[in-house]
Design a protein around this ligand. Structure first.
Ligand code: GDP
Ligand code: IMO
Ligand code: MG
Length: 432
């Protein structure tokens, strides 16, 4: 009964969507266990008419693989408008989405939480997080505060109304008296949510039971994390994080499966690092190299279109991700983007006010002052996008990968050399 967890090792956008798509053919279920439409996964699929590009936000990347049952787990926050927009968009392109299952316990992003996300950011001013503005944080806050609206509530208008009334009683005070915005009426929220009932009903299930039965029957379940380790609300660079559990531990609570069912933890790690939004980033490059990484790697957000901040590979955070998640395999992506540099720096440790740190500093203020201690590796100039075996890579690229493997805390089992599904070097199977 194997469950496989797939998470991001850095600050997101490592190429999780592509990796999930790659594994899709070998699994029966792909479960999104955290986050919502703050995620953005670009998946490029080869077809007879050339490569087809898909941008997914709320839906699990497994929705593109025929035969897979895609599941939105209880740990996800669901914007119903986005759910149906995304489904319609895929249906128009001929993707069969009829197998999608949504947890009855997933929380719903109500319109007031989108509004609050945006106004709170504005009020924070220079202390803002740089959120995606999708209402993610306020919806998780409601969940923890026990005033959230769950998917199952939408089917009982009386209960829904009571819950929305309860939530708005507090929020309207906040909106009107603190944020100087108009009050939101219970009717407009309830009418909006109820309008999805008919389409939603057939998709909703007890997904924990569904997955438990699947695992007992020996089927393979892939748990796909949104965001990443350093954006995890507990283990990330708090407060510059998202509001969910994006690490391997969160996969079990967010899907309702036991930790004992997880056999493999795959972390996706980019051959350099990117970050969207605010917060510390020790290897960030504010010079021509940063611009070149952004251009070569097409580092512009799938969700918000924002330019991503870019920097060199950071082995300290890779080791941290390896430890926090219990990584069994790394998938190293975007090695091709580094082609053309004469030498490639890698951060092996931090210098914090003259003290060396080989592990993540405990305190936020030390991490904010961390300066990378760099080691330099010789680069390569050959196009590597056609490489399909390790030996196809130039020797300097091989040495770079081997060096990262040694200092990152877990074996590298696959290497991405381009955005396409087939642009990958598999070193060992990712499915047990
Ligand atoms: P995710 O959020 O982790 O799923 O990642 P995103 O989809 O937001 O960003 C990763 C981007 O890199 C996407 O545009 C992918 O198509 C692309 N990509 C993934 N793997 C590779 C790779 O090995 N090489 C290159 N050049 N692009 C890749
Ligand atoms: P994928 O799944 C990169 C960042 C936002 C912001 C912080 C909080 O594509 O890797 P939120 O809207 O979640 O409250 O924003 O988290 N963020 C991401 N950055 N990739 C993502 O998802 C992200 N999801 C959220 O930019 O800094
Ligand atoms: Mg992304």
């Amino acid at each position: 009964m194997p469950a496989i967890v797939l998470v991001g090792a850095q600050w997101g956008d490592e190429g999780k969507g592509k990796a999930t798509d790659l594994l899709g053919e070998h699994v029966q279920y792909v479960v999104k266990f955290n986050g919502g439409n703050n995620a953005g996964h670009t998946v490029v699929i080869p077809t007879d008419d050339g490569p087809q590009k898909y941008a997914l936000h709320l839906l699990p990347s497994g929705i593109l693989t025929p035969g897979v049952t895609p599941v939105i787990g209880n740990g996800v926050v669901v914007d119903l408008e986005v759910l149906f927009e995304e489904l319609d968009g895929l249906n128009e392109r001929g993707v069969d989405t009829s197998k999608l299952v949504v947890s009855a316990n997933a929380h719903v992003i109500a319109s007031y939480n989108r509004t609050i996300d945006k106004v709170v950011e504005r009020f924070l001013g220079s202390r803002k997080i740089g959120t995606t503005g999708r209402g993610i944080g306020p919806t998780y806050a409601d969940k923890m505060n026990r005033i959230g609206v769950r998917v199952q509530d939408v089917f009982d208008e009386k209960i829904l109304r009571q819950k929305v009334e309860g939530a708005l009683e507090q929020k309207n005070h906040l909106l009107v008296k603190v944020f100087n915005r108009r009050a939101i009426s219970v009717d407009e929220v309830v009418d909006d949510l109820v309008s999805y009932t008919e389409r939603l009903r057939p998709m909703v299930a007890d997904t924990s039971l569904l997955l438990g039965n699947a695992l007992s029957a020996g089927e393979t379940v892939l748990l796909e994390g949104g965001q990443a380790t350093l954006l995890d609300v507990d283990h990330g660079t708090y407060p510059f994080v998202t509001s969910s559990s994006a690490t391997a531990g969160g996969a079990c609570t967010g899907a309702g499966i036991p930790p004992t069912s997880v056999e493999r933890v795959i972390a996706i790690v980019k051959a350099y690092v990117s970050r969207v939004g605010e917060g510390p980033f020790p290897t960030e490059l504010l010079d021509d190299d940063g611009e070149r990484l952004r251009e070569n790697g097409k580092e512009f957000g799938t969700t918000t279109g924002r330019p991503r901040r870019c920097g060199w590979y950071d082995a300290v955070i890779a080791r941290y991700a390896s430890r926090i998640n219990g990584v069994t395999d790394f998938v190293l992506t975007k090695l091709d983007v580094l082609t053309g540099w004469e030498q490639i720096p890698v951060c092996v440790a931090y210098d914090v006010r003259g003290r060396r740190f080989d592990e993540m500093p405990m305190s936020q203020s030390d991490f904010h002052h961390a300066k990378p201690i760099l080691e330099y590796f010789p680069g390569w100039s050959e196009d590597i996008s056609k490489a399909r075996t390790f030996d196809d890579l130039p020797v300097n690229a091989q040495a770079y990968v081997r060096a990262l493997e040694q200092i990152s805390g877990a074996p590298i089992s696959a290497i991405g050399v381009g955005p396409g599904r087939d642009e990958i070097i598999q070193l060992r199977s990712l499915i047990s």
